[in-house]
Design a protein around this ligand. Sequence first.
Ligand code: FAD
Ligand code: NAD
Length: 471
Amino acid sequence: ATPTEEKDLVIVGGGVAGYVAAIKAGQEGLKVACIEKRGSLGGTCLNVGCIPSKSLLNNSHLYHQILHDTKNRGIEVGDVKLNLEQMMKAKDTSVSGLTKGIEFLFKKNNVEYIKGTGAFADEHTIAVNLVDGGETSVRGKNIFIATGSESTPFPGLEIDEKKVITSTGAIALKEVPKKMVVIGGGIIGLEMGSVWSRLGSEVTVVEFLGQIGGPGMDAEISKNIQKTLGKQGMKFMLNTKVTQGDDSGETVKLDVEASKGGKAQTLDADVVLVAIGRRPYTAGLGLDNIGLETDNRGRLVIDSEYRTKIPHIRVIGDCTFGPMLAHKAEEEAVAAVEFLTKNYGHVNYNAIPSVMYTHPEVAWVGQNEAELKEAGVKYKVGTFPFSANSRAKTNLDTDGMVKFVADAETDRILGIHIVGPNAGEMIAEGTLALEYGASTEDVGRTSHAHPTLAEAFKEAAMATYGKAIHY
Ligand code: FAD
Ligand code: NAD
């Protein structure tokens, strides 16, 4: 439909930040329009990020487990075959179900969905190039920028999403590459590396730093998961940088050397996954037309109420500060709308969990040991291994541990770090504890059902202020 009336709120970008803000604004009774250019809602997360990657992680894990981890459980299986096309179809079904679900929620909450690319014509007007051809424009009393992020390119390697890929290519390969090299051992590198390693690829991860997992992962937890992923067949080259790449041949050649300088060698791969981070995306948004600038990392600058220097224009999600996570974008969307309708909103940036969906999963919230040391905070540590947890033992899935860091004097929880089965679900309890300012004793004295993996969580808390029972 062609928008005619001025809206209370116009949102550019229909990713997690944009669509959640649109629904919330609709619920609050605002007249709202959301402009999205990709032809489907949900942004990176639903279309090419969180959702398709988790579908492939789940099904590749099942496949790998059926191949390697059934006999000792008393299950004899016959011929196991990979049908990659079907695995991709299952992924596509999950994606389309969810993106269409958001369209339904837009209708339910009276959000006008404009399919097109938006750019500032002036401080209150967004000009839109419609996906189906033609142009329109929409005026907003308030405007939210929620244009997200894109993967950071690697200089000298041209992305064709077939031989040299980003995560977008990594969720859509047509066959299992014989050899895959991943540049960057952060979350994307390890999640997508895991998928293709489980499906039979020989995966080598080249990481510039001395540990895998990307920013925020506790060093002890990082070592722990590296060991387990190594047992699953992934290879790691840490403290190593790629100096140049050559993608002109049938395979891709990468020259690598020690980060601090050293012996060089050349790696050969059928597919190279570039996973060295993501950067804010604001191209073509017409920021110049309204005099808005980005900082040296491409982020739109905002105050504590998500306002740019033009107060009725706010920014949420990946294209501004903070971790590039869907649930962070979602919290910001709700808070930014509440600033409009109620004059207050709140996001606790100290209690945003991170989860890496490998097997086992890694999850954390709050600060890690290195961060506390740097800040000069005196802390104590308590840990509990899943090898001593009854449920993990019955599941024959005992790799990993739970670790608490708490203030040495007050026992207040400062961080929780888990590597283990279901860590991503378990961290919700940790996040709640952190949000409520709990001590480890509060958690240790809370009854946890038996036999559950969550008992490892309770016992790690007990080990922080006293002693665990089962270890
Ligand atoms: P985006 O989701 O990027 O949405 C921005 C939208 O704006 C896009 O759809 C884009 O088309 C649109 N847009 C841009 N410019 C314009 C314009 N001018 N006009 C109209 N539309 C425009 N996070 C997690 O929390 N958990 C995960 O498991 C997870 N897995 C991930 C896996 C992968 C492979 C990737 C790449 C990311 C993953 N993330 C995950 C990160 C998550 O996807 C992002 O943090 C999240 O999508 C950010 O939401 P956003 O709305 O800020 O941006
Ligand atoms: P990242 O920042 O997590 O990791 C990038 C890694 O690449 C770092 O370890 C860095 O040291 C390394 N690196 C950078 N330059 C390098 C170079 N030249 N050579 C070798 N290594 C290099 O970034 P990512 O894995 O690309 O993920 C991007 C974003 O997407 C992250 O913000 C992440 O939070 C988000 N994401 C989240 C999830 C999740 O929540 N499960 C999943 C996927 C992506």
